[in-house]
Write a protein that binds this ligand. Structure first.
Ligand SMILES: Nc1ncnc2c1ncn2[C@@H]1O[C@H](COP(=O)(O)OP(=O)(O)OP(=O)(O)O)[C@@H](O)[C@H]1O
Ligand SMILES: [Mg+2]
Length: 314
């Protein structure tokens, strides 16, 4: 793997967003696309930015990337304001929604060189970084094919390579796995992990909540322009998993079943559902002479949590 020259990881703050606001006027109505969005991101961290269609994810990301001017609030990237100080944009690499990240009539190599120079690299450095990235992304064999003729997965890899060419610390990925097959999705997931491990901060939007669950250190859930929940991914899953346990018995005689129900558990066949951790030990005491086949904790997943938070908010 090539070294991308990012310094020591740690708690270095890469992005700070405070109170972002954006409204759009559609005919006579105003839509508050983004309402008071605040978040931050440290080096090496992956934040999944989740929300239903129209929630305000892309608008927020474009404001972070310096592409859409906020009506209010502030964005700081390594302390600098991307809306006022052009050099700050050198710290940002973005893969935006849709197909406008690359020149379709140019080859991957030409795209890398073009965007590298645009972001301040010399032609020579842009070319050599481009080659390294094509190598690393296993695209060297396609370096002379025009982007238009590559598969969707390859195009997405080129787009990510282009976002990395100038060695930025902040990477914004808007639906990076959209439309990719299982294998290409796995490749992109691996790349995201590697990019974060190099000490970059990554914000990722996706509608594939399993991808978010696997990749993210934290999640921010946005609905109708506002962040409704932000937490460490594992904490959120633990909080929603609660203390629900399932005890499966080889056999559950009627008399025992009645006792555990009296304690507050539910019985279905030979399975006992225990709604709280506190009850678990009481239940185990009651069933003790019997054969326990399994005791498991019910794990919530990000999909359940997302639906509950977003629908509960409507
Ligand atoms: N340029 C624009 N002009 C007018 N309205 C816009 C514009 N861009 C976004 N909007 C509106 O702002 C709201 C948020 O849109 P945004 O694209 O940020 O959502 P999103 O969370 O990225 O959704 P998706 O998951 O579908 O990509 C929507 O109501 C959208 O119609
Ligand atoms: Mg979007």
């Amino acid at each position: 793997m090539i070294s991308l020259g990012v310094g020591k990881m740690g708690d270095q703050q890469i992005l700070q967003v405070e109170g972002l606001e954006k409204s759009y006027r559609i005919k006579k109505d105003w839509i508050r696309a983004v309402r008071s969005v605040s978040l931050d991101l440290s080096a090496g961290e992956v934040l999944a930015f989740l929300g239903p269609n129209g929630a305000g994810k892309t608008t927020s990301i474009k404001m972070m990337a310096g592409l859409v001017r906020p009506d209010g609030g502030k964005v700081r990237i390594l302390g600098g304001d991307p809306h006022r100080e052009a050099p700050v944009l050198r710290h940002v690499g973005a893969v935006l929604e849709g197909n406008r990240n690359l020149y379709w009539r140019l080859t991957p190599e030409e795209n890398l060189e073009y965007f590298g120079v645009l972001r301040g690299l010399s032609r020579r450095v842009a070319r050599s970084r481009g080659r390294e990235l094509l190598d690393r992304f296993e695209l060297s064999h396609k370096r002379n094919a025009v982007v238009q003729q590559l598969s969707r997965g390859m195009q997405q890899k080129v787009a990510i390579a282009v976002a990395l060419v100038h060695d930025p610390k902040l990477i914004l990925l808007d639906e990076p796995t959209l439309g990719l097959d299982v294998e290409a999705t796995m490749v992109v997931k691996r790349l995201v992990r590697e990019i974060a491990a190099e000490g970059r901060g990554i914000i990722l939007t996706t509608h594939q909540l399993d991808v978010a669950e696997e990749l993210s250190d934290r999640v921010a859930i946005i609905n109708q322009g506002s962040i409704v929940r932000m937490a460490r991914t594992q904490d959120l899953i633990a909080a929603f998993s609660g203390g629900l346990y399932e005890v499966v018995m080889e056999d559950l005689p009627e008399a025992i079943a009645e006792k555990v129900v009296a304690l507050g558990a539910l019985v279905e066949g030979n399975t006992i559902r225990v709604p709280e951790t506190d009850l678990l030990y009481g239940v185990l005491d009651i069933v003790r002479p019997g054969v326990i086949l399994s005791v498991s904790r019910q794990q919530a997943n990000l999909t359940d949590i997302f639906l509950e938070l977003v629908q509960g908010d409507r």
